[in-house]
Design a protein around this ligand. Structure first.
Ligand code: 5GP
Length: 299
């Protein structure tokens, strides 16, 4: 019997293996830089299709800053997990023990990522959550974006946005003043001014960017140490209700935004952490905790 698969299958299989290896390498690099949180990687590995599921526990632990070979061996022995195990193959109790270990580790060595990018589908409430953070957590600097759209009632120049003409926006791009920029919902341009971010980072203040998915991808490229957070609606119906309830867009604009939201929701796996916007104060608190700031807060 001929057991060799046809050559074309072998090519496909090796291509898939290369892609899986790359995906694992990317998770390890993001954990090592502090961008990806080990607890989030562990949670993602519950999906058997995920790259995280195929990561060996040894590689996983070794990617955590300050955990080396010896510590890895000791931790695995303590937890009763064989070093050859993959995250996706952990038993329920093993997973629970690893999770408990990581929670303790995180508490004892808080690694504050200094730039957090908050993205998520349209109308999920990114603006509301970031306003809440601005009001309740003054130690966080919220980046003020430039935009070519007109102010909505109640919006203040320099606080909510810098409202610019097309020419002024072009000038910022030409002078390389924007960390990222994108045309959102096929209509207006939005961009993150680079200068204020660098100034706040120099003062050791954490910075939150509330931007769309295209912008988030650009930041990930230019600032790999940024932590990428995806804000989710409690459900799709809730997202539709919020968009229509806001009543600030025309029906055509609403349709366009919902179509964008569907595509955006599909990108959540690219992110380091997912936060459900069930209530604004809770979501805000979780995001601030991801910035390593919960120690300073009385809540
Ligand atoms: P709105 O017009 O409702 O304030 O915002 C529309 C969308 O633009 C939101 O999804 C918001 O996250 C996004 N946005 C706001 N500022 C920026 C920015 O500086 N860069 C990018 N790429 N998107 C932004």
């Amino acid at each position: 019997m001929n057991q060799t698969p046809p050559p074309v299958d072998r090519v496909a299989a090796s291509r898939a293996a290369v892609a899986a290896r790359r995906a694992r390498a990317s998770i390890k690099a993001r954990m090592a830089s502090g961008a990806a949180r080990p607890l989030d990687v562990l949670a993602a590995s519950e999906n058997p299709e995920s790259a995280a599921a195929s990561l060996r526990v040894t590689q996983f632990l070794r990617s955590i800053p300050h955990i080396g070979v010896t510590k890895t061996e000791r931790i695995l022995a303590d937890l009763g997990i064989a070093p050859v195990k993959r995250l996706g193959g952990l038993g329920r109790n093993q997973r629970a023990r690893l999770e408990e270990f990581l929670e303790g580790w995180e508490r004892s060595s808080p690694q504050a990522p200094r730039v957090v990018v908050l993205a998520g589908p349209t109308a999920v409430g990114k603006g509301t959550v970031s306003r809440y953070i601005r009001e309740h957590y003054p130690q966080v600097h919220i980046s003020v974006s430039a935009t070519t759209r007109a102010p909505r009632p109640g919006e203040v120049e320099g606080r909510d946005y810098y409202f610019l003409g097309e020419d002024e926006f072009d000038r910022l791009i030409a002078e390389d003043e924007l960390l990222e920029y994108a045309t959102v919902h096929n209509s207006y341009r939005y961009g993150t001014p680079r200068g204020p971010i660098l100034e706040h980072l120099a003062q050791e203040r954490p910075v939150l960017l509330e931007i769309d998915l295209q912008g988030a991808r650009q930041v990930r490229e230019h600032m790999p140490e940024a932590r990428m957070v995806f804000l989710l609606p409690p459900s799709w119906d809730e997202l539709v209700n919020r968009l229509i309830g806001r009543g600030t867009e025309s029906p055509e604009e609403q349709d366009r935004r919902l179509a964008t939201a569907k595509v955006e929701l599909a990108a959540q796996d690219e992110f380091d952490a997912r936060v459900v916007n069930d209530t604004v104060p809770r979501a805000a608190q979780e995001i601030v905790r991801l910035m390593g700031l919960d120690h300073d807060i009385n809540d």
